[in-house]
Design a protein around this ligand. Structure first.
Ligand code: DC
Length: 232
């Protein structure tokens, strides 16, 4: 069977990465978390005191940013590395969540990330999640999913995740972050979050992770089979 590209786009904290990881595991594909790449770039800028309005410094810094994903042999989980350092935990804080949307609205940042993402996915057999994967990064992806869930439900899930990690944040802070990222991500000029007409929408507000996986897996198997027939 020929391997395909699966693009999963959607709003913040609606379980894209959970689904993308599960799908990749079921299909033996590589999972690529494009949001982690924007988060790692944002962390680099923060650590180097470069603010999102200093475009010149951002452009100069971009060439020093090397992002990779490595599997942790202790737990089998994929972790994000920035210039050889494991930043998996730092990139998930609310501070980075608050800075990442403005940073990822910058055209030059997007260009650099999109080029790396296209390179990572050039051999197919990837599941990549983000905001512009089906529209900009892989417009020819054989399967495009668009995920949504009600904002309060997304904020509650994110709040529980942060609490479990011991981050002392309030529900309201997380809810405001979800709302503001939705707004910035869907209204920015370059690579905005939009549902392409061929994407299949999955609203997971009221379905379980298992139901969601079964649904997506069915779409994936159909897309793989029809790609096989089409391309022989
Ligand atoms: O998926 P995430 O919440 O970890 O993504 C973090 C931020 O990165 C999100 O607020 C918007 C940005 N992002 C983006 O602009 N384009 C992508 N393909 C993925 C993420």
């Amino acid at each position: 069977m020929k391997r395909i590209t699966i693009a999963i786009d959607g709003y913040s904290s609606c379980g894209k990465s959970t689904l993308a990881k599960q799908l990749a595991l079921e299909l033996g594909y590589t999972y690529i978390d494009s949001g982690a790449m924007y988060r790692a770039a944002t962390l680099y800028m923060l650590e180097n005191d470069i603010s999102s309005d200093n475009i010149q410094a951002i452009v100069a810094a971009l060439k020093y940013i090397k992002i990779e994903f490595r599997i942790n042999p202790l737990n089998g989980l994929q972790e994000t590395y920035l210039n050889e350092g494991n930043v998996e935990r730092e990139i998930r804080t609310l501070q980075i969540s608050n800075l990442v949307s403005p940073m990822s609205s910058i055209a030059e940042v997007r260009q650099a990330m999109v080029a790396q993402q296209q390179y990572m996915g050039k051999s197919k057999g990837v599941v990549m999640d983000g905001r512009d994967i089906g529209t900009v990064v892989f417009p020819d992806a054989e399967l495009k999913l668009f995920m949504t869930a009600e904002p309060r439900i997304r904020a509650q899930r994110r709040f529980e995740e942060l609490m479990a990690k011991g981050d002392g944040v309030s529900f309201d802070e997380v809810y405001q972050n979800v709302l503001s990222r939705d707004l910035i991500d869907s209204t920015r000029k370059v690579g905005p979050l939009v549902k392409s007409h061929e994407a299949i929408e999955i609203n997971n507000s009221h379905i379980s992770r298992e139901q969601q996986l079964n649904l997506a897996l069915n779409y994936a198997l159909k897309a793989i089979a029809s790609n096989h027939i089409r391309k022989g």
